[in-house]
Design a protein around this ligand. Sequence first.
Ligand code: ATP
Length: 450
Amino acid sequence: MGSKKEVKTKEVTMEKLVSLCKRRGIVYQSSEIYGGMAGAWDYGPLGVKLKNNIRDYWWKEMTQLQDNIVGLDASIMMHPKVWEASGHVDSFTDPMVDCKECKARFRSDHIDLAAACPTCGAKDSFTEPRQFNMMFSTHLGPVAESGSIVYLRPETAQGIFANFKNVVQTSRVKIPFGIAQVGKAFRNEITTKNFIFRTVEFEQMEMQFFVKPGDDEKWFAYWKDSRIKYYGRLGIRKEKLKFHQHGSDELAHYAKDAFDIEYEFPMGWQELEGIHSRTDFDLSRHAEFSGKDLTYLDDQTHERYLPYVIETSAGLTRTVLMVLSDAYEEEELEGGDVRTVLHFHPELAPITVAVLPLVKKDGIKEIAEGIEKNLREDFSTFYDQSGAIGRRYRRMDEVGTPYCVTVDYDTKEDNTVTIRFRDSMEQERIPIEKLAERIRKANKEFRREQ
Ligand code: ATP
């Protein structure tokens, strides 16, 4: 089996991640049978579980474990005035240039305009930069006329601002409080590359925290600290995370201050999540464009004011890529054997426990099947009886399954099984009835070797 004393790790590359994701049903190229579609990806049987687990972990952290954050699920298509009020119709643009020779299109802030075209190598071939609005639009109803234009939301945040009054009036929240939402967003990105990092259709996990003006700096510091600690709890390596403060030239039109949490992806340091101090920009604009009073009345002090907002905005699909990059390891074990392992936090792993009978005959298979069925109620399980046990362990390591349970002749005698831990590769013999408890304990104790 190879022990884990001597471990050498090889660098993770995007090619390795893409290939593993395809091979193991985590992420497929969209519309692959038709030659694929740029900037869109599909989540396979294990990928959808990973993505949902990340979403559920965030949701629990940001709503259930908080005193004062409630949830929302707003529609993707909203009244077109929402996007005028938010500033997206006028300013949600990226500067774009085309190569006159090969017609390739680039974001002008992503390339060196004095250099040759990265696609065809032509010199002095770029057009002047033009502003390109990134919102997708379509028409509502059967007639395509200018009055029927609707947009696919480019962020989930505006659904929260548009519902601010509803939530205040119906859910007894008191400032400071937050509204959290997870959902799809769409951006007509000029360049989509790097797998699921930047796509035209993606998912965001956003939380808008409403505070009294003047308290915003304190809460901004609080959420900055809280969000980086969250990644620590997820077991993400500290040295791969850093803050980047936006300079005055980077700040979005609504922002007073902004920090990105960056992660060192295989292609380099890139934004994972933004923490933004948005002042009362959004609520004041929606009040102006809708004609509705969106002020908040403090029933203790009888003050009426427009709250300030601190936003935490993370990409869900981008977090999937981050979690995969961070978890991936190729370990060279003693004896030269190499195992590929995904060191997922156990609560994120698509499969929590695999049950593997060592032999199929003499009733062992039936016992193993029974154990697997019993564990289903509490955990995501997998049953595998084919191939040598070493190969079965490797298959589970490669998709990040934290626990494997083997069933053998001794199980028949004394109702015990062996539980094997993914990261340490250590094994323990325990009674069948203690399995669920042992798994829960190990989940709680999970610490990534940093
Ligand atoms: P960028 O500058 O990289 O285009 P941004 O600063 O516009 O991103 P935000 O508007 O702050 O990004 O969006 C918040 C989060 O949503 C980002 O941190 C990222 O995780 C995610 N996100 C934004 N655009 C995309 C995309 N095209 N594909 C996947 N995730 C995205």
